[in-house]
Write a protein that binds this ligand. Structure first.
Ligand code: TYM
Length: 332
């Protein structure tokens, strides 16, 4: 059975971009593939973060993923730092990736990569991500559009390692959704929706109430025209709303546009479709919130299962790179 792996940072507040770009596909993929999903807490250390909140946010993110629909009986859900093979493989891959290719990553540049004071881990961030993927021999990596470049790097690094040391890693493919692969901010529709933007009005959270969703969608920035038309370059705000409608209810954004004579009715339908889409998530979370012990058990079992796959891969890679194996093997 083909293997799937993907990950999310432990920011706690998951948003609509995460949901439509990634999680919805994770939920579908767990039925069809051998699926591994991780909360990538080590990645959170690459920029400024609050150490007193990290553990709670990691747990909350895992809990939200269960609310979104991940089923521990159908997939393996774990925390990255609970599987020490991830940072260990990262070193081998850091000695495979080049400084030049890491420096050129757009996310590194966007996050201030030129400054002397950025953490070295911000530069090597995509190598840790490559390790996350390659340890599981993943064939398929369901992500939003913003992770495409990191996936290309993962493929290059895997192929280079294989070429240098012999066939060791599966070279993975990214799986990016057809619509809503890049959900845009509702207030600034030329930038992607994210949790780190200035106005909270621009970001719909997966756990927002229907009233909150309605308020945010109604205040969404459009343009001074009145025509509803799908044109991401000239009309990014309206096109984003049409993509959201298509992603939530099906259909094609350009075709859906022809059903609307003004922005008001479009916004009302988008708000309604999003509230309905996210309703089951809110309901499941309310049940899960009383069961902290359950989430911790899921994560403990997930890490144990993950190590049974990651350990042999790391062992294979260490041997391929020519390191002297201890008598009882590299990983225990
Ligand atoms: P992260 O935590 O920023 O986002 C998690 C997932 O959500 C997608 N996403 C979006 N999709 C559409 N529109 C948006 N506005 C939007 N914002 C976020 C992301 O593409 C992602 O799929 N580096 C990764 C985490 C990671 C990972 C991995 C992913 C670490 N190791 C291994 C896959 C495989 C990240 O920061 O995602």
């Amino acid at each position: 059975m083909a293997r799937v792996l993907s990950g999310v940072q432990p920011s706690g507040d998951l948003h609509l971009g995460n949901y439509l770009g990634a999680f919805r596909n994770w939920v579908a993929d767990q039925q069809e593939f051998d699926a591994f999903f991780c909360v990538v807490d080590l990645h959170a250390l690459t920029s400024d973060y609050d150490p007193t909140l990290l553990a709670a946010k990691t747990l909350e993110t895992a809990q939200n993923l269960l609310a979104v629909g991940l089923d521990p009986a159908a997939c393996t859900l774990f925390v990255q730092s609970h599987v020490p093979e991830h940072p260990r493989l990262t070193w081998l891959l850091e000695c495979t990736a080049t400084f030049g290719e890491l420096r050129r990553m757009t996310q590194f540049k966007d996050k201030g990569g030129e400054q002397e004071t950025v953490r070295a881990g911000l530069l090597t961030y995509p190598v840790l991500m490559a390790a996350d993927i390659l340890l599981y021999d993943a064939d398929r990596v369901p992500v939003g559009d913003d992770q495409r470049q990191h996936l290309e790097l993962t493929r290059d690094v895997a192929a280079r390692f294989n070429n240098r040391y012999g066939e060791t890693f599966v070279v993975p493919e990214s799986a990016v959704p057809k619509v809503a692969a890049r959900v845009m901010d509702l207030q600034e529709p030329t930038r992607k929706m994210s949790k780190s933007v200035s106005s909270p009005l621009g970001t719909v959270l997966v756990l927002d109430s229907p009233e909150e969703i309605d308020r945010k969608v109604r205040k969404a920035v459009t343009d001074t025209e009145t025509e509803v038309r799908y044109d991401p370059v000239q009309k990014p705000g309206v096109s984003n709303l049409l993509e959201l409608l298509a992603a939530a209810g099906g259909g094609d954004p350009a075709e859906l546009a022809s059903h609307y004579a003004n922005y008001g009715t479009l916004k009302a339908d988008v708000a309604e479709a999003l509230s309905e889409l996210l309703r089951p998530v809110r309901e499941r979370l309310a049940e899960l919130q009383t069961e902290r012990g359950y989430v911790e058990t899921v994560l403990a079992e997930g890490a144990a299962k993950a190590r049974t796959v990651a350990g042999p891969t790391l062992d294979r890679a260490m041997r391929a790179a020519g390191l002297l194996a201890p008598a009882d093997g590299f990983t225990h």
